[in-house]
Design a protein around this ligand. Structure first.
Ligand SMILES: *[C@@H]1O[C@H](CO)[C@@H](O)[C@H](O)[C@H]1NC(C)=O
Ligand SMILES: *[C@@H]1O[C@H](CO)[C@@H](O)[C@H](O)[C@H]1NC(C)=O
Ligand SMILES: *[C@@H]1O[C@H](CO)[C@@H](O)[C@H](O)[C@H]1NC(C)=O
Ligand SMILES: *[C@@H]1O[C@H](CO)[C@@H](O)[C@H](O)[C@H]1NC(C)=O
Length: 479
C-alpha cells in the first residue's frame, strides 16, 4: 500500500505540470534571436532566478528557537517578461532593463525613464569591477574573461587567475598609486576608461556612485543572511542569460550549507543530552589606536558571523549593551573589559591577519584567556590574508563546514572536512589560494574545493529533507 502510494507520488513529481504548453525555447539563449525569427509568443527566458528560501533557520529548531520564514533576499529583485528582464537593487533604489539581443527594448519601459541602464543581453561589452567581493560571482559563472578592468587598489585582489590577467594587462588596472583617494582624479580615470570602452558596464559597490554613467550597483554584502548574499550571483547570471547555471550553483551551495547545519544541530543536541556544553566562541580583534572590537549578535542575522555560530549550534559571545566605548558608532572594549567578557571562551576567532603583532604587544593580557592557553585560536588567513574578503563569498557553505568542524560539531564519520578558511595560529601556516592553472583555467568556472558535506545517517534530526517530505505525504494520504 505504502509502496503504491509512494510510486504515485514519485510519478507525480516527475510529470511536467502542463503538457500543452511546451515552450519553444528550453534554455536561455547564449546569443541573439536570429533576424526574422522573433516570435512574440515565446518566453525567451525559460531559466529564471527565484529567490532562495532558507529552510535552516526558518522554522522552530530542535531547541525550540523560532525564526520567521522570509525570502532571504531583501535587496535583489528580478522580474521576467517575454523578451526582457528588470533587475532592481532595492538598497540603492535603481532598476536596470535587460532585453534579449535581437529584440527591441519595450518602448513604454524605455520612455518611462525609470531605468538607470538599458542593456542588450547576453552582455558583450565587458565589465569593470570596483570591489573585490564582486569577483567570485563572475568567476563561479566562468565569465572571468568578460572582466576588462579593475578600478581600485590592486593589492586587495586575491583571485590568482585575476591577478595573472592584471599582470598581463588583459584586465586593465585603473588606479593611481600616487594619489589613490583623490576623487576628482579617480572620476577622470573612470571617464577615460568609459570613453575607450563605451559598451562596458561598471559594477558599483553598495555605497558607490549609484548614479554614475554605466554603473550597475551591487548590494550583495548588505543582505541579512549568507544565503541571500550568495543569491546575488543571479544578478551577474542575468546579464549573461545564465540563470540555469546560477540556480544550479545556488542549490548545490545551499544543500551543503544546510547539511553542515543539520549535522551540527544533531551533534549538539546529542551533547546536551549527555549534559555537555557546546563550545563558546569569542570573536574579537584588536584595532591599533581603537582597542578591541567584539562580536555583536543581538539576533542570529545581525552579522554573518552570528549566523555561522547559530548555524553550528554554538554560542558566540556578544558585546553586552553599554560595555566599551563608542567611537564614531563602533564599539571598542579596553583590555579589562575584553578579559572579563572572553577569558573563559573555548575558541577565539581573530578575523584578521594581525594576531602575531598584537600578541607581541599584549602577551600578558592574552595569556590569561583559556583559548590561548589551549591554543584554540584561529584567524581568517587559511587562504591568505585577502581571500577572506573576496573568495569566501564564493563558498559560504565551506565557511559553514569550517566553523562547525572548528567547534567539534562536524560529522565525525563522513568524508573528513579539511578546514580551508580558519587557521590555527599556533599549528598551521598562513595558507594561499590554489594557483591559477594557466591558460586553461582562465576561461573556466571557479569550483570551490571542500564543499562536500556528508549528512549524518543516524541520530536525532538526521533525516533528510526528502524523507521528511515523503513521510509527510504518506501521513496526509493515510490520514
Ligand atoms: C517571497 O517571494 C515570493 C515571490 O518572489 C512572494 O510571492 C512571496 O510573497 C515572498 N514571501 C515573503 C515572506 O516575502
Ligand atoms: C586631485 O587630482 C586633481 C587632478 O589630477 C588635482 O588637480 C587636484 O589638485 C588633486 N586634489 C588633491 C586634493 O590633491
Ligand atoms: C555613539 O555616540 C554618539 C555620540 O558620541 C551617538 O550620537 C551615537 O548614537 C552613539 N552610537 C551608538 C550606536 O550608541
Ligand atoms: C584602550 O584601552 C586602554 C586600557 O586597556 C585605555 O587606556 C585606552 O584609553 C583605550 N583607548 C580608547 C581609544 O578607548
Amino acid at each position: 500500500m505504502i509502496t503504491a502510494l509512494l510510486s504515485t507520488f514519485a510519478i507525480a513529481l516527475l510529470l511536467p505540470l502542463n503538457h500543452a504548453q511546451v515552450p519553444l525555447e528550453t534554455v536561455n539563449l547564449q546569443g541573439c534571436v536570429p533576424s526574422g525569427e522573433l516570435d512574440a509568443d515565446i518566453d525567451y527566458f525559460p531559466n529564471k532566478y527565484t529567490p532562495s528560501f532558507s529552510y535552516v533557520y526558518s522554522d522552530i529548531d530542535i531547541f525550540g528557537n523560532k525564526f520567521s520564514p522570509d525570502n532571504t533576499t531583501d535587496l535583489l529583485e528580478i522580474t521576467y517578461h517575454k523578451t526582457y528582464k528588470i533587475v532592481t537593487n532595492k538598497l540603492v533604489k535603481k532598476s536596470y532593463l535587460l532585453y534579449q539581443c535581437g529584440t527591441e527594448p519595450p518602448q513604454d519601459e524605455v520612455d518611462s525613464g525609470r531605468h538607470h541602464l538599458i542593456l542588450s543581453i547576453p552582455h558583450t561589452g565587458g565589465v569593470a569591477i570596483t570591489e573585490t567581493p564582486q569577483i567570485p560571482y563572475i568567476e563561479l559563472l566562468g565569465k572571468r574573461t568578460e572582466i576588462v578592468a579593475y578600478i581600485g587598489n590592486p593589492s586587495f585582489v586575491a583571485s590568482p587567475c585575476m591577478l595573472h590577467m592584471m599582470e598581463e594587462n588583459t584586465i586593465e588596472t585603473i588606479f593611481n598609486p600616487e594619489d589613490p583617494y583623490n576623487a576628482t582624479n579617480n572620476a577622470l580615470l573612470t571617464a577615460a576608461f568609459l570613453e575607450e570602452n563605451p559598451e562596458a558596464i561598471i559594477f558599483g559597490g553598495p555605497f558607490g556612485d549609484k548614479d554614475g554613467d554605466r554603473v550597475l550597483s551591487v548590494a550583495a554584502t548588505q543582505e541579512r543572511t549568507n544565503v541571500a548574499t550568495f543569491d546575488w550571483i543571479a544578478l551577474y547570471a542575468a546579464l549573461y542569460n545564465l540563470e540555469g547555471m546560477s540556480n544550479e550553483i545556488i542549490s548545490q551551495s545551499q544543500a551543503s550549507y544546510d547539511c553542515s547545519s543539520s549535522n551540527a544541530a544533531s551533534l549538539s543536541f546529542a551533547k546536551k543530552r549527555r549534559l555537555e556544553e557546546s563550545p563558546v566562541i569569542l570573536w574579537a580583534q584588536y584595532f591599533q589606536g581603537y582597542n578591541w572590537s567584539v562580536a555583536e549578535c543581538p539576533t542570529w542575522d545581525s552579522v554573518y558571523y552570528c549566523e555561522y555560530a547559530k548555524h553550528c549550534g554554538t554560542t558566540i559571545i556578544s558585546r553586552p549593551e553599554g560595555v566599551g566605548s563608542n567611537v564614531s558608532n563602533y564599539w571598542y572594549l579596553n583590555d579589562e573589559e575584553l578579559l572579563e567578557l572572553g577569558k573563559d571562551a573555548d575558541v577565539w576567532i581573530y578575523a584578521s591577519s594581525t594576531w602575531d603583532t598584537v600578541y607581541e604587544q599584549k602577551k600578558e593580557l592574552m595569556d590569561q584567556f583559556k583559548a590561548v592557553q589551549n591554543e584554540a585560536v584561529y584567524d581568517t588567513q587559511g587562504q591568505g590574508s585577502n581571500a577572506w574578503y573576496e573568495q569566501r563569498y564564493a563558498e559560504y557553505d565551506v565557511v559553514g563546514l569550517d566553523m562547525c568542524e572548528l567547534v567539534g560539531l562536524g560529522n565525525p564519520n563522513g568524508v573528513p572536512h579539511e578546514r580551508r578558511w580558519f587557521r590555527n595560529v599556533y599549528t598551521e601556516p598562513v595558507g594561499q589560494l590554489e594557483q591559477c592553472n594557466i591558460p586553461y583555467e582562465i576561461s573556466q568556472p571557479y569550483v570551490p574545493r571542500g564543499a562536500q558535506c556528508t549528512p549524518l545517517t543516524s541520530g536525532v534530526g538526521a533525516v533528510s529533507t526528502v524523507s521528511v517530505l515523503v513521510a509527510a505525504v504518506i501521513f496526509v494520504l493515510l490520514g
